[in-house]
Design a protein around this ligand. Structure first.
Ligand code: BGC
Length: 761
């Protein structure tokens, strides 16, 4: 038995560090592995997995009273194994709405509550850190992990991300905003070089992270797999130290994303760059670091600095406090939170002739495979092992609406068959198809089948679903409807409309799809996203009007995928269910770099500035009631601008409304998008006739753009317009305010090494 050293407390970190050998300190910096990786702890004989199915753990030392700590995915709930050998007890975690759905609530208070629930499950299942939220920008609709992220806009990302981190950490566990930075795509994600201008980096890709770090101090940050302007994020001193720590004041630990030892990267260089923890951990990495210190290629001060960061993290954890996890979080209470938050994130795209809320609806013909296998979340590490998923049949049943028997019977027989077939046929390298619910093929819907259902149904509901996940992006064919889906919508709509019966389409997807070519065939369209385990109930709450829709899009829905300026530099990946190509480290080969030639013109910043037609603009979302904005004011107060606006419910039912505040800058020397979102706030539930005054604070700094030639933030002096809108294209009121010049110098780092063909006005 090793002799005891000083026992770690939050006050004696220096003393403990002094007592530790070089080898011991190094082991703190390398994870203890998981079921797929050996981990550095193997060298110490530590191989027990503390929480089965958790993503990884850090190395503990009994000798110093340093516990191992447990890191678990992910953004939509705790990702651990639901069952364990030798016990009939289950460890299901609540499946909360995916990131896009949560952001679409535009309600930070609600997101905070979801965060608290996720934090509580993390704590009660014996984990210390949740690996989330996902703060990457949804650069293109085809991004495979868009569902885990919040928006194409950094203001939404930053505000919603701050609420999530604060909510989770209020439970005494940590978070790991990821993937820092510019994990814009999944194609070849462990190698791709994301080439971005300094301006777009600062203004778009880093700004959400910056806000979250400054306002919520996450315990950890996860470096991304990709390279940023030629340098791997996990080896990027400018990114991890100069920007994150020196400029933004980050105090926690940086960990790598889950990769073994990189063949093309010396481990010691990652340690020097500011990676405190190499995950999931590999014995060779510890050996490399020790050797590098001994041969002088790594300064021991770097090891000491990172080891200190690790101990400062460890003393905050529940494991250090000897918290006794119950393994029994209140799943019922959390199901209620997921039901409420997903209903609030759903976006009503269309509602002709007030088709919704439903009235006198007794029986529906329910089409689309995913009506019967509703997708609660995405695929990969961000999936959650949920106790159940409420599908559309059950959700409708719970509000007293029946589905036509013969059609329901066909689908209910088909789903288990299609699942078994998919499992048998799947490419074994597609590990992530086992994590979450993969999408099943649609059934061909004939005219005869529809005419059999028609007499028994008051309406048709069609679910159109999309699935995506880690390691692969979507292809254009995934954005567009398939032939089977198109035929189904055409045929159902022509027969039901001929009989005077409505057609409602539910979109069950984590990201946008093509809608412009078929939307005229539906009376109502509701985007349900991937809403978590209570999905069918949340949809039903919106259909009945129990919840008045108040969700708004946090990304533009383009007419066609080719309209987006980033598409031409985005990997167009094939249908991954039928993939034959070889994989390397879980990723498709061959996509080496992606030039972000669109620069700052991501999402609405492009469509709005260049006046391009879209299917549904950023910020769009209908309601069952109407609202009026009035009395918009903008006043300067110190370094801030205080914006107030009055919102009145002018319709007939109670509802909530979001005030989206856009700012249009005066013409100056620096090119600016037509307008940019700078703040938002949501009302409480307003009764008909009721008003609320919303107050928002915009730091003058937030108006600044990044001026590359002087490495500074600059807001040029002049008259700025403050606009309140229902979406970026529907501005209701505006006021003007004179602002003096604001500048702030920062470091000249992270410049691209190749010339980009940047888009300009
Ligand atoms: C993902 C991360 C995740 C990690 C641990 C990686 O493949 O990119 O988002 O947190 O695995 O599961």
């Amino acid at each position: 038995m090793a002799q005891n050293g000083p026992q770690l407390t939050s006050k004696n970190i220096d003393e403990v560090l002094k007592s530790m050998t070089l080898e011991e300190k190094v082991q703190l910096l390398v994870g203890d592995g998981n079921s797929g990786f050996v981990g550095s702890g193997a060298m110490l004989g530590h191989q027990s997995r503390l929480v089965e199915g958790a993503a990884g753990q850090t190395v503990g030392f009994q000798k110093y009273g340093i516990p191992a700590t447990v890191l678990t995915d992910g953004p939509a709930g705790v990702h651990i194994n639901a069952t364990r050998e030798g016990t009939s007890k289950t460890y299901y975690a609540t499946g909360f709405p995916v990131g896009t759905c949560l952001a679409s609530t535009w309600n930070p208070q609600l997101v905070y509550k979801v965060g608290q629930a996720i934090g509580n499950e993390t704590l009660e299942y014996g984990c210390d850190v949740v690996l989330g939220p996902g703060l990457n920008i949804q650069r293109n609709p085809l991004g495979g992990r868009n569902f885990e992220y919040y928006s194409e806009d950094p203001c939404v990302t930053g505000i919603i991300g701050t609420a999530m981190v604060n909510g989770i950490q209020s439970e005494g566990v940590g978070t790991s905003p990821k993937h820092f930075a510019v994990n814009s795509q999944e194609g070849d994600r462990t190698r791709v070089d994301e080439r971005v201008s300094q301006r777009a980096l600062r203004e778009i890709y880093l700004r959400g992270f910056e806000r979250v770090v400054r306002q919520a101090q996450p315990w950890t940050v996860m470096a991304s797999y990709n390279r940023v302007n030629g340098v791997y994020s996990q080896d990027n001193h400018d990114l991890l130290t100069t920007v994150l720590r020196d400029e933004w004041g980050f105090k926690g630990i940086v960990m790598t994303d889950w990769i073994g030892k990189r063949r093309d990267l010396p481990t010691e260089s990652e340690v020097h760059a500011g990676d405190d923890l190499l995950m999931p951990g590999y014995p060779q990495q510890a050996q490399d670091i020790v050797a590098a210190v001994k041969n002088g290629t790594l300064d021991v001060k770097d090891v000491d600095r990172n080891a200190r960061n690790m101990l400062e993290y460890i003393v905050k954890t529940p494991s250090f406090r000897h918290y006794k996890a119950s393994d029994a979080p209140d799943l019922k209470a959390h199901a209620a939170i997921t039901r409420q938050s997903s209903a609030e994130g759903m976006v009503l795209l269309k509602n002709d002739n007030n088709t919704l809320p439903i009235r006198n609806l007794k029986t529906v013909a329910l089409f689309g495979v995913n009506s019967y296998d509703f997708l609660s979340g995405g695929l990969g590490s961000g999936a959650v092992n949920v106790p159940y998923v409420v599908d559309m049949v059950q959700g409708l049943k719970n509000i007293g609406v029946k589905t036509t028997a013969s059609l329901t019977n066909i689908y209910e027989k088909y789903v288990p068959y299609a699942k078994a077939k998919l499992k048998a046929d799947k490419n074994p390298e597609m590990w992530f198809l086992d994590q979450g619910q993969p999408k099943l093929d649609e059934i061909e819907i004939s005219d005869r089948l529809i005419s059999n259902e028609l007499p028994h149904a008051d309406a048709a509901i069609i679910t159109i679903a999309r699935q995506a996940g880690e390691g692969m992006d979507r292809g254009a064919s995934d954005f567009n409807l398939t032939d089977k889906e198109r035929d189904m919508i055409n045929r159902v709509s022509s027969q039901f409309h001929a009989a005077g019966k409505p057609v409602i389409v539910i979109i069950n997807s984590g990201a946008s799809i093509e809608t412009a070519s078929w939307r005229s065939l539906a009376d109502a369209i509701l985007v349900a996203w991937q809403p978590g385990e209570e999905g069918g109930n949340s949809v039903a709450d919106v259909l009945t009007g129990k919840v008045c829709p108040s969700g708004h899009l946090t990304a533009t829905w383009p007419v066609s995928i080719g309209d987006d300026p980033s598409t031409r530099n985005f990997p167009q990946q094939p249908d991954y269910y039928n993939l034959t190509e070889k994989f390397d480290n879980g990723n498709l080969k061959g996509v080496n770099y992606s030039n972000h030639d669109e620069g700052i013109y991501v999402g609405y910043r492009y469509y709005d500035t260049f006046k391009k037609n879209v299917a549904y603009p950023f910020g769009y979302g209908l309601s069952y009631t109407t609202f009026e904005f009035s009395k918009l004011t903008a006043k300067k107060s110190g370094d801030n601008i205080i914006v107030t606006v009055s919102v009145k419910n002018t319709g007939k039912v109670s509802g909530k409304q979001v005030a989206q505040i856009y700012v249009a800058a005066p013409k100056g020397t620096i090119e600016k998008p037509a307008k940019e979102l700078k703040a938002f706030a949501k009302t409480a539930l307003l009764k008909p006739g009721q008003s609320e005054t919303l107050k928002m604070t915009i730091p003058v700094r937030d108006l600044a753009s990044f001026d590359e030639s002087h490495s500074q933030w600059i807001a040029e002096a002049g008259r700025y317009a403050f606009l309140v809108g229902d979406n970026v294209e529907d501005i209701k009121e505006s006021v003007r305010l004179d602002i003096p010049e604001y500048t702030e110098k920062v470091n000249n780092v992270l410049a691209p090494k190749t010339k980009l063909d940047l888009l300009h006005q």
